[in-house]
Ligand binder design. Sequence first.
Ligand SMILES: [Ca+2]
Ligand SMILES: [Ca+2]
Length: 199
Amino acid sequence: MWKTAFFFPLFVFSTSAAPFSPDYVEVDVYDVDGTLADALAKVAEELIGSSKNESRGMDFEQFVKTDKCKANIARSCFDDIDTNKDGLVSQEELEAYDRSSMQRVQSMFDNYLDTSFMDADTNRDGVVDQQEADRFAFNNLRVVPDENWREAFSSSDANEDGLLDLTEFKKLMNDYSNFNVNIVQTSDVPTLQYDTDTQ
Ligand SMILES: [Ca+2]
Ligand SMILES: [Ca+2]
């Protein structure tokens, strides 16, 4: 019976490391029990260990290749996404980042809608009437306030009082492009002012 431990080098190529940069793993072929099965189990353990990085996420080099962020900001982008600071970007971290990016965009859009509502409500009575909406369409959205636009207005007026509160106005802003509205052509605009009083 072999009693002397016998070592041999085993090269394990880690998929997350740079190409052809082997990890050196020392394996005792005959461990305390002297069985090859145990030694192989140990090898398997090492291999699983070395592939763990792959399931835990991308390192910086792999991240750059995904073009998730522009090259000049890739480093700070990577650090932002890597919230647990383990030097890897996991699927969960990527999803969390995408969610927060979406929220940022959504909140910018919400702010834009709030500001638009204030711009549209020129008499400051807290609602946008047809005339205010028409003026806003022409001056701010470059949309012709024709029957298509007015149809969009009516369809957003949930309580059918002829006025849009903030919620109804937001619906109009989200939906009006589905009503085949016409875009103001530059030749149609002798002046940037549109005044429904003269209509
Ligand atoms: Ca108003
Ligand atoms: Ca209404």
